[in-house]
Write a protein that binds this ligand. Sequence first.
Ligand SMILES: [Zn+2]
Ligand SMILES: [Zn+2]
Length: 292
Amino acid sequence: MATNLPKAMRGQFLEAFKKPYALRSVPLPKPSAPHDVLIKVDAASYCHTDFVLAEGQMPGFPKSFPLVGCHEFAGTVVSHFESPSSNATAFKVGEKVGVPGRAFGACGTCFECQGSRDPVSQDEKGYSVYCAHAENNGLSRDGGFAEYAVVDARQLALIPASMTPVETAPLMCAGITIFAALKRCQLSPGERVGIMGCGGGLGHLGLQYAVKMGLRVIGVDAADGPLNLAVGLNTGAQIVDARKQKAEEIVKQVGSEEGKIDLGEMGLDAVIILPESQPAFDYAMTLLKTHA
Ligand SMILES: [Zn+2]
Ligand SMILES: [Zn+2]
């Protein structure tokens, strides 16, 4: 247990639906289980899910008020539980960690924890992000909009020295969501992926990840602001304005680049659809190659 920790901390508490957060001072939270790690929060970012929760549009959450929101944050390890797990002591006091909105307190025994069928999961047996018995910082238990937070060591990632906490925090939800989607496409370098909504919060990160993964990327959006952002990133991805170019034209373009003659052989190897919009689904389905 680190010394010199304060007895109290301030946090922004959600006290009721559709009400602004309230700044309150409360006792410092304590690690209470072997995987628990107490961190000093250095940066916390605001997700659309925080808005949805605060509006009362996530039935069952929060379980009770008040609640500290935020499931994407970053901080510095300050203490462990009195008998910590090896997962917890892998993170030393003073180290900087990113905290994604992954399972807190996964049970270790349910079918998810014992046998994840997630094709891209790198979690050890006994921990699943899908554990139905687990909690989530910022949704069912306190999250990152406070000076300190208790997190599960198994949900953490060390921050490289080249990254700041402010850069890290939004990657812990938006970043890992689109990164995991790209991994689940299971493409090889040189294959083609389309990202619908490429100028949005997830999409603009996806463009950068996908190009760095060696994929040939087509980003699609349908509004000036997001398109300008996507073009301005200069990732090397082809950026398409869906208001001006039909999906069929893109299919023919990539087909001719590959020397294909039959339409049945043309199209993208995968698409990721980010907007909650039927036209985006329709556009993406047209872009896909058969069996992609
Ligand atoms: Zn989020
Ligand atoms: Zn479980």
